[in-house]
Design a protein around this ligand. Structure first.
Ligand code: ATP
Length: 349
């Protein structure tokens, strides 16, 4: 089922939570909404679910305008960060809840409900735990029950709001892989809210990056990392160095280095160059910045340097492969650095 969001806006008093957002989620896609706290991710998710009334714009589910559809009629599965499972119900009863409350023709016979719950227990790998109560489960297991419960009603789309937010790093990583597998098996169109860029880049087919109620960029994880569309995306997704410079007639001057700027000839005047730590190479060939190492740190297979460029007096972070047999750069040593890849934007006024 596709989700089409057209010019959605939402204000709380003077505050604009969603600012004319348009977005198409493809059928069967796992899309991450990534952004800092307060950027509007949850508001957007709630608007898709019908839990929030937008001030303008509309949501189409499978091409059908959902504005007039109730939350139930939209048939969305929802999992929140702190999903309150019913404490007095065991795992099986929690999962069956959405099916048991159905009335009339929609109500399935008990045998069918039992069968569906068993299928879901197997899907979320909780067989054997069906008689436990939520208090007898780990945080990760509870979120798996929450997901099974959301899936029980056979939703048309799945909406997840930081479902692993409260769990520790290792459990999060395991659940991430597991969610991807479940997604691939069910093929459900899924929108996933996170403020964790690693989670978004690892899990999603595409990532929508939100800032102040607007989408700054929509693209594959590789595109958003390799070709950030704005200074905000550069800084929010991954680490980056920012260097002031000047652009004129397709050439850039940055900290004494002359660089070619073929792809943005329209940029004239003060600019900022954005270069990721791993896109600074230590090299003696070609045009380079002369720099002094301020500090270095080895972390597993990588080494990280902090260096000061001789011209312009800017400090940069450099990430290099590290390990036995590879050169190390002690504090105080002189190195030459060249950017292998960078982005350029007009300097903020
Ligand atoms: P987080 O990662 O912290 O959950 P978010 O990106 O999901 O943030 P939203 O929850 O969508 O952000 O909130 C967007 C903005 O709207 C926030 O600044 C929030 O304070 C504001 N907001 C949300 N709900 C209301 C409300 N009911 N009344 C007033 N302001 C609200």
């Amino acid at each position: 089922m596709t989700i089409r969001i057209e010019n959605l806006s939402k204000r709380y008093g003077d505050f604009t939570a969603l600012d004319d957002i348009s977005l198409n989620v493809r059928d069967g896609e796992l899309l991450a909404l990534l952004g800092p706290s307060g950027s509007g991710k949850t508001t957007l998710l709630r608007a898709i679910a019908g839990l929030e009334q937008a001030d303008g714009g509309r949501v189409l589910l499978g091409g059908e305008d959902a504005s007039q559809l109730s939350v139930q009629a939209r048939r969305v599965g929802f999992v929140f960060q702190h999903y309150a499972l019913f404490r007095h119900m065991n795992v099986r009863e929690n999962i069956a809840f959405g099916l048991r409350v159905r009335r009339g023709e929609k109500r399935w016979p008990d045998a069918r409900i039992r069968e569906r719950v068993s299928e879901l227990l197997s899907l979320v790998q909780l067989e054997g735990l069906e008689s436990r109560f939520p208090s007898q489960l780990s945080g990760g297991q509870r979120q798996r029950v929450a997901l099974a419960r959301a899936l029980a009603i056979e939703p048309r789309v799945l909406l997840l709001d930081e479902p692993f937010g409260a769990l520790d790093a290792q459990v999060r990583r395991d659940l991430r892989r597991w969610l991807r597998e479940i997604h691939d098996r069910t093929g459900l169109t899924t929108v996933f809210v996170t403020h964790d860029q690693e989670e978004a880049l690892e899990l999603a087919d595409r990532v929508a990056i939100l800032n102040q109620g607007r989408i700054e960029q929509l693209g594959s994880p590789a595109e958003t990392y390799d070709e950030p569309a704005s200074p905000f995306v550069y800084s929010f997704v991954g680490a980056v160095n920012r260097l002031p410079g000047y652009s004129t007639q397709g050439r850039l001057q940055v900290a004494g280095l002359d660089l070619d700027l073929r792809d943005k000839p329209e940029l004239q005047g003060p600019i900022e160059l954005y270069v990721r730590p791993e896109h600074l190479a230590v090299t003696d060939s070609g045009d380079t910045w002369l720099a002094t190492v301020l500090a270095s740190q080895r972390s597993g297979p990588r080494q990280r340097l902090w260096a000061r460029l001789q011209e312009g007096d800017a400090e940069v972070e450099v990430e290099l492969p590290g390990g036995a047999g590879l050169p190390a750069y002690p504090t105080g040593s002189q190195i030459r650095l060249a950017p292998s890849r960078f982005g350029v934007f007009a300097a903020e006024k």
